[in-house]
Design a protein around this ligand. Structure first.
Ligand code: BES
Ligand code: ZN
Ligand code: ZN
Length: 504
C-alpha cells in the first residue's frame, strides 16, 4: 500500500479511477465540483441527471466515461447533508471508497478530498492526514493464518492512493501530514495484529518481545520484568493470577522520555491477559475463543507508545502492561484465596474470573514510582460494560473532572467515544471484604463500576481515568474503516491526548 499527494489539481495523465465525493445538496442541484475540468464535470452532471445516485452517506456509483480527456472510471460517493458533515463522516467516506475498490481492477487511483471547497470546517493539512490515516486503517487485513494462495489474492486488492487537492499547496507540509496519518494508522494496525493473533502465539513473553521491538528505537526504552523481579516487588496480584498457567508472566515497562526527566510523565496502563479462561471460576464455552482479546488494553498502550515515539511528540510518557494468562492449572489461585498486592493491600478472591483488576492493581501501584501527572488505564475489564454500552462507547470512570474533560475531548476528536459512569464513594462499600481489606467482586449490580472502585484503591490521589474497552476492542461486524475483529481502539485516543496535552 502506498499513498502519495499530487501537485495542485488533477494529474495530467488519464487516471484509471477518479474518486469524487458529493454532498446531497450538490447532487440535487446536479452540480459537479467547480474545480474539475469541464469535460469531467459534464460527465458527472450527466450521471447525476439519471437520478440513480442521491448522495446519501454510504452510497456510491461507478461509471465509465469514454472521452480521452476523462478518467477511465469515476467513483462517486455520497457525503449526506452539509450540516451533518464531520471529520468522522470524512473518515467514513474514505473507508467506503477503499471498500468499493476491492472489486475494481485498478492498481492506482486518484482521490479528491471529501468536502474540499464545500464544507466550512475543511482544513487541507488535517484532511490529508485523516485521509492517509483512514486509508491505512481501511486497508488492514489479518492474513497471517491464510495459505499463500489466498494471501496473494487478497493482497492484490490493495491499491495505491493518490490524494488530489485544489486549495493552497505547501506540498512539504502536506507530505509531513501524510506521513503522520500513515504512522498513526500503522500503529493502530500493529495493535490490531497483537490482538488478532491466537493466544497460543501471543503469549505474555511474545507480547513483551514485540513490545520491546516497536516504536522509535532510540527514544522508546523497554524493560521486561520477570517473575523473580515481580516477587521482589511483591506484585501479589499479577503473581497470583499467573499461577495456573505454564506461560511465565511478564511485566512490560515502556519508557518514552523525550523531555527532561523532571517533567512528570503520563502513565498508560493496559490489561494484558493473553487468554482469559476465567481460571478455576471457569467461563462457559460459548464465546470463550474471543478471550484472546483480553490483552487489547495492553495492545492499545503498546500501539500508542509506538505512535507517540515515532511521531516524536514532545511529552514524557510511560506504558505499563501486566501480561499473563488466566488458566485453571493445578497451581492456580482459587476462590477464597487472599492476595497481598504491591501497595500492601490485601484482597479476598471470590471469583478468579475477575482477574483483570488484580493485575492492574499492581501496575497502578507500580505507576506511583513515576509520580505521574496522570494515569489512564485501558482494560477489557467487564462483560457488564458490554451490557451497558454495547460496542459503541468506552466506559469511563475517574477521580478527576479535568482529566475526564481532556480524555473526552480526545474521544470526540478521534470518534473513539467515551461515556462516563459514576464512581461515587458508595460503590466502594460493595467491595469491602469480611476477611481481607477488599474483595475482587462486588455482587450482581453495577459490575463495571465496582471493578473501577476496586482499581481506585490503588491510584492514591493521582488524577486517573479508567477506560473499560470490553465492548469497543472487538468488532463482530465490519464498519467503513474497521474490519471484523480487533479494532485497535485506544491507540488514536491516547495519541490525541498526548498531542493536545495541557497540564491539568
Ligand atoms: N475479560 C473479562 C471481561 C470481558 C467479558 C471482556 C466479555 C470482554 C468480553 C473479565 O476478566 C471478566 O471475566 N470479568 C467478569 C467479572 C465478574 C466475575 C465480576 C465478568 O465480566 O463477568
Ligand atoms: Zn476474567
Ligand atoms: Zn479478563
Amino acid at each position: 500500500m502506498k499513498i502519495t499527494v499530487s501537485e495542485k489539481g488533477l494529474p495530467e495523465r488519464r487516471s484509471a479511477l477518479l474518486c469524487v465525493s458529493l454532498f446531497e445538496e450538490d447532487v440535487n442541484k446536479r452540480s459537479a465540483p467547480a474545480k474539475l475540468p469541464a469535460g469531467i464535470r459534464k460527465w458527472i452532471e450527466l450521471v447525476l441527471s439519471r437520478k440513480d445516485f442521491k448522495g446519501a452517506p454510504g452510497e456510491s456509483n461507478l461509471s465509465y466515461p469514454e472521452a480521452k480527456d476523462q478518467p477511465q472510471r469515476i467513483l462517486l460517493t455520497g457525503l449526506g447533508k452539509k450540516k451533518d458533515f464531520s471529520w468522522e463522516q470524512f473518515r467514513r467516506a474514505i473507508g467506503l471508497i477503499t471498500n468499493s475498490l476491492s472489486k475494481i481492477n485498478v492498481n492506482t487511483f486518484d482521490c479528491m478530498l471529501p468536502g474540499e471547497g464545500e464544507w466550512k470546517h475543511f482544513d487541507l493539512p488535517t484532511a490529508v492526514r485523516e485521509a492517509s490515516l483512514t486509508y491505512t486503517l481501511s486497508c488492514y487485513q489479518f492474513l497471517e493464518y491464510r495459505s499463500q494462495k489466498i494471501k496473494k489474492e487478497e493482497h492484490r486488492k490493495i491499491k495505491q492512493m493518490n490524494v488530489v487537492y485544489f486549495s493552497n499547496p505547501g506540498k512539504s507540509k502536506l507530505r509531513r501530514e501524510l506521513e503522520k496519518g500513515r504512522i498513526l494508522g500503522e500503529s493502530v494496525n500493529f495493535s490490531r495484529n497483537l490482538v488478532n493473533h491466537p493466544s497460543s502465539y501471543m503469549t505474555p513473553a511474545r507480547l513483551a518481545d514485540l513490545a520491546s521491538k516497536t516504536g522509535n528505537k532510540k527514544l522508546l526504552k523497554a524493560k521486561i520484568l520477570n517473575r523473580k523481579e515481580m516477587e521482589k516487588l511483591k506484585m501479589g496480584g499479577l503473581l497470583g493470577v499467573s499461577k495456573g498457567s505454564d506461560q511465565p508472566p511478564k511485566f512490560i515497562v515502556l519508557e518514552y522520555f523525550p523531555n527532561n526527566k523532571k517533567e512528570k510523565p503520563l502513565v498508560f496502563v493496559g490489561k494484558g491477559v493473553t487468554f482469559d479462561t476465567g481460571g478455576i471460576s471457569l467461563k462457559p464455552p460459548q464465546g470463550m475463543d474471543q478471550m484472546k482479546y483480553d490483552m487489547a488494553g495492553g495492545a492499545a498502550v503498546i500501539g500508542a507508545l509506538a505512535a507517540i515515539s515515532r511521531l516524536g511528540i514532545k511529552r514524557n510518557v510511560v506504558g505499563l502492561i501486566p501480561a499473563t494468562e488466566n488458566m485453571p492449572g493445578g497451581h492456580a489461585y482459587k476462590p477464597g484465596d487472599i492476595l497481598k498486592m504491591m501497595n500492601g493491600k490485601t484482597v479476598e478472591v471470590l471469583n478468579t474470573d475477575a482477574e483483570g483488576r488484580l493485575i492492574l492493581a499492581d501496575a497502578l501501584a507500580y505507576a506511583q514510582k513515576y509520580e505521574p501527572a496522570a494515569i489512564i488505564d485501558l482494560a477489557t475489564l467487564t462483560g457488564a460494560c458490554l451490557v451497558a454500552l454495547g460496542h459503541e462507547a468506552i466506559g469511563l470512570m475517574s477521580n478527576s473532572k479535568s482529566l475526564t474533560r481532556s480524555v473526552s475531548e480526545s474521544a470526540v476528536n478521534t470518534h473513539e467515544r467515551v461515556w462516563e459512569l459514576p464512581l461515587w464513594e458508595e460503590y466502594g462499600e460493595l467491595i469491602k471484604s469480611s476477611i481481607a481489606d477488599i474483595q475482587n467482586i462486588g455482587g450482581r449490580n453495577a459490575g463495571t463500576i465496582t471493578a473501577a472502585a476496586f482499581l481506585k484503591e490503588f491510584v492514591s490521589d493521582t488524577p486517573w481515568v479508567h477506560l473499560d474497552i470490553a465492548g469497543t476492542a472487538w468488532a463482530d461486524k465490519p464498519k467503513p474503516y474497521q474490519p471484523k475483529g480487533a479494532t485497535g481502539v485506544g491507540v488514536r485516543l491516547l495519541t490525541d491526548l498526548v498531542s493536545n496535552w495541557k497540564n491539568l
